[in-house]
Design a protein around this ligand. Structure first.
Ligand SMILES: [Zn+2]
Ligand SMILES: [Zn+2]
Length: 809
């Protein structure tokens, strides 16, 4: 009599055994097996695991488990992205130290990962908030600083009034703080930046090295980098003779310039206002902007502006046009000055209408000429150049390179490329982050902390109250130091680093997490990297991946990493939602995974996640119940028990089914089609049950089933393998079942022949049919020939071995 399947009994027991056996410990440098580096985006310790973790970490777990069984030496590390604002905010709310809150949550999550059966190598464990880790984050900062890739400048910043800190442009969503939703304001601060723009072109070009990324993510990266081709054009200020450069993607519209605009922060504005006698008006505008700070977005939509009283000379025709200062021109984009072409740029059009400026049409669309007097919007499409001097009649797309060539000849401009991406603002005026290792000396200026003096340790005893300044700035013991260069009194930098710096290189540290002599071991990096499979959420498709790619390129240029891209293969899972909406506290629709694990078992929840959908698609938990999966696992349990007690070779039909399933499932695992794997294994379970009910042996089939279940439902598979099938060692170290090609072949399958989408014939064919063969058989089939007659086949859709569709002209 078989025991009952009782996950709450077997699961904690095996979790303990695996821990004691260090089952998932990576093999050493001499391990002869091929290496496989499986990486999950490491968790943020904001509480216990949530449903997103439960999904992400089962996907990220099935892959390394499958590779172990295929004979790889697998590295599947674990760590925590444990610095950041939420810890500090939670600490302020609850009156406890961020460290206490953070590390308590880490322990909670670690226990849940073990309970959930995640196969990580605990010896790799790291936390980015440990001094042993952030020492090397500071080292990375110094390396970037040495290479001129870290610098400090006064810059308008996005400021979250609630979190009292600066946000990167990437952390501002629709004008509001990504984290708390508070509208972001602008504030001028001296801040640290990483010069990611120096790598903008490389970040685009190297996308070729990312074969395993979805088009969706590649497009998001490409748009973020935002490369545009055009021209830099030199205008001259008539009153002062100074040159101003603008960037335009439409040099073919230069003859349509009717005004000129500077961003309020443009360094020339003050001088020009003085020259134009408009200092008072300009100062008033700036004060207004300062007093009612605008988000970048509002600024871009504003049509406010004041004349500067000076004129810019259009280099193509010598015309003098009025200059303005207006907040819709952003200092951070292009050169901070633009030529106003209201006929062909919508924002310029709106500005011109608001301020009664001339609208001039210099690109006329075919057949429907635009009239400036009646236009209600700019014509920003193509057409023929008109009123454009030597270029009249030129179609606008051709006009662009021709005008650029002409500008170059005249010495008035040049071809240029502009990127939308800005340098990475890494300064945060908060406590719970890695201190920036710089000392400000009144004599020597900015002095890097010597590497031997790292880490610059975060003091524990700080005042967290929000003042808009880093809490470190009020800590005298931290603040006051002697200058490492001259020995005089100096002050430490009190900004901490954006947590995206911590997570931009953690996958290097995983290779030698306990090395206290260097950030990482370049030998291990050369052996293990690039990462074979990276798994994580689409919400990190821009920032984290862009920053990691940038840092890897810098390390490559430093000779520390023999590759340009860290993650050639990336799997972005969908979200777990509820009733079509994201789970959130405010909606009250949050489901927690660990209570589900207690109720149904970790295996059942893992398989439910995998079975619910393709990994890339969202899972609506309202449509999902672990009940069906749990009852399937029950059937697997009973089938293995019954099969174990019956001697003899499996009958031929069952053997064929088993080997066919092994063949299909192996390929489905490779392609990450885990939901289909579950369906195939359910079918195999039914076949085994049927054989057992006929009193036939099924041990070979049951053994293969248990092995194929193992990556998804590791606990039940281990119990059945070791305790029921009496097999050697752990199922998770067993060799992945091989299939016999003769047995795995289907005798025949039905090939459906369609003509123009309608079924006209059915043929019995070999399942290994090639595309060419399938098309030939379809064209020659009775049914198709009768319908087609002497019409011509224009297109053929072939899906061997099941379908051919002949499409007639
Ligand atoms: Zn905020
Ligand atoms: Zn000094």
């Amino acid at each position: 009599m078989a025991r009952r399947y009782e996950p709450s009994e077997i699961e904690p027991r095996w979790a303990e055994v695996w821990g004691a056996e260090a089952l998932y410990r990576v093999g050493g440098p001499d391990d002869p097996r091929p290496r496989f580096y499986a990486l999950d985006m490491f968790p943020y310790p904001s509480g216990d695991l949530h449903m997103g973790h439960a999904e992400a970490f089962v996907l990220g777990d099935v892959i390394p488990r499958f590779r172990w069984m295929q004979g790889y030496n697998v590295l599947h590390p674990i760590g925590w992205d444990s610095f950041g604002l939420p810890a500090e905010n939670a600490a302020i709310q609850r009156g406890i130290h961020p460290k206490e809150w953070t590390y308590a949550n880490i322990e909670k999550q670690a226990a849940s990962f073990r309970r959930y059966g995640v196969s990580v190598d605990w010896s790799t464990r790291l936390h980015t908030s440990d001094p042993e880790y952030y020492r090397w984050t500071q080292w990375l900062f110094l390396k970037l600083y040495e290479r001129g890739l870290a610098y400090r400048k006064l810059a308008p910043a996005n400021w979250c009034p609630k979190d009292q800190t600066v946000l990167a442009n990437e952390q501002v969503v629709a004008g509001a703080c990504e984290r708390c939703g508070t509208p972001v304001v602008r504030k001028d601060l001296v801040q640290w930046f990483f010069k990611i723009t120096e790598y903008a072109q490389a970040l685009l070009d190297d996308m070729e090295l990312l074969p395993g990324w979805s088009d969706r993510v590649l497009t998001m990266q490409r748009n973020w980098i935002g490369r545009s081709e055009g021209a830099e054009v030199e205008f001259e200020i008539a009153e002062t003779g100074e040159q101003v450069t603008v960037f335009t993607t439409r040099p073919d519209t230069l003859w349509g310039v009717t005004f000129f605009v500077f961003a309020p922060e443009h360094p020339m504005v003050e001088e020009l206002a003085k020259a134009g006698g408009t200092s008072a008006e300009v100062a008033a505008l700036r004060d207004r902007l300062q007093a009612t700070p605008l988000t970048s977005r509002e600024q871009a939509e504003s049509r406010e502006g004041v004349p500067l009283g000076v004129h810019a000379v259009n280099p193509v025709n010598g015309e003098r046009v009025a200059c303005f200062v207006a907040p819709y021109v952003l200092m951070e984009y292009g050169t901070g000055a633009v030529m106003g072409v209201p006929g062909h740029d919508q924002r310029d059009f709106e500005f011109a209408r608001e301020h009664g400026l001339e609208v001039r049409v210099v690109i006329q669309p075919e057949g429907e000429p635009r009239d400036p007097a009646t236009m209600t919007e700019a014509h920003d499409h193509q057409g023929s150049m008109v009123d454009s001097g030597p270029f009249d009649g030129t179609p606008s797309p051709e006009g662009i390179p021709r005008v650029i060539a002409w500008l170059e000849e005249q010495g008035k401009g040049r071809a240029a490329i502009s990127f939308r991406i800005r340098d990475w603002l890494i300064s945060r005026q908060r406590y719970w982050g890695a201190p920036i290792p710089i000392v400000h000396c009144p004599t020597c200026g900015d002095v890097p902390v010597p590497e031997a003096d790292l880490p610059v340790v975060l003091p524990d005893d700080v005042d967290f109250s929000l003042t808009g300044e880093s809490p470190l700035a009020k800590h005298e013991g931290f603040l006051n130091v002697t200058c490492p260069r001259c020995g005089g009194a100096a002050k430490r930098e009190t900004d901490t680093m954006d947590t995206f710096v911590d997570s931009s290189w953690y996958y290097f540290r995983y290779l030698s997490p306990n090395d206290d002599t260097r950030a990482f071991d370049p030998g291990a990096v050369a052996r293990w990297m690039p990462v074979d499979q990276y798994t994580g959420g689409i919400e990190h498709a821009i920032l984290h991946l862009l920053y990691s790619r940038f840092v890897t390129k810098v390390l490559n240029d430093m000779g520390l990493a023999p590759f340009r891209e860290p993650f050639p293969r990336l799997l972005n899972q969908g979200q777990v939602i509820m009733d079509g909406a994201a789970m959130s506290k405010s909606k009250g629709n949050i489901v927690e995974p660990m209570p589900l694990v207690e109720r149904w078992g970790a295996d059942a929840i893992r398989v439910t996640m995998l079975f619910a959908n393709k990994p890339e698609d969202d899972i609506d938990w309202a449509d999902v119940s672990p009940e069906g999966v749990r009852s399937w696992l029950d059937r697997v349990w009973r089938a293995a028990h019954d099969a174990a007690g019956r001697e003899g070779e499996d009958p031929e039909p069952l053997r064929r089914f088993t080997h066919r399933t092994i063949r299909q499932v192996t390929e489905l695992y490779e392609r990450h089609r885990f939901n289909v794997v579950v369906a195939r294994l359910m079918e195999l379970t039914n076949e085994i049950r049927a054989a057992l009910d006929r009193r036939e042996p099924a041990r070979e089939a049951a053994t293969a089933l248990v092995q194929m279940v193992a990556p998804m439902a590791p606990f039940i598979a281990e119990e059945l393998w070791r305790a029921v099938l009496d097999a050697e060692g752990s199922v998770h170290r067993s060799a992945w079942p091989a299939f016999d090609p003769d047995l795995a072949r289907l005798e025949t399958v039905t090939l459906v022949v369609q003509v123009d989408g309608r079924v006209r014939d059915r043929l019995e064919v070999s399942p290994d049919l090639s595309e060419e063969e399938a098309e030939r058989l379809a064209r020659e089939s009775e049914g198709a020939r009768r319908v087609i007659g002497d019409r011509e086949v224009a297109r053929v859709i072939v899906r061997p071995p099941k379908l051919v569709n002949l499409v007639t002209a």
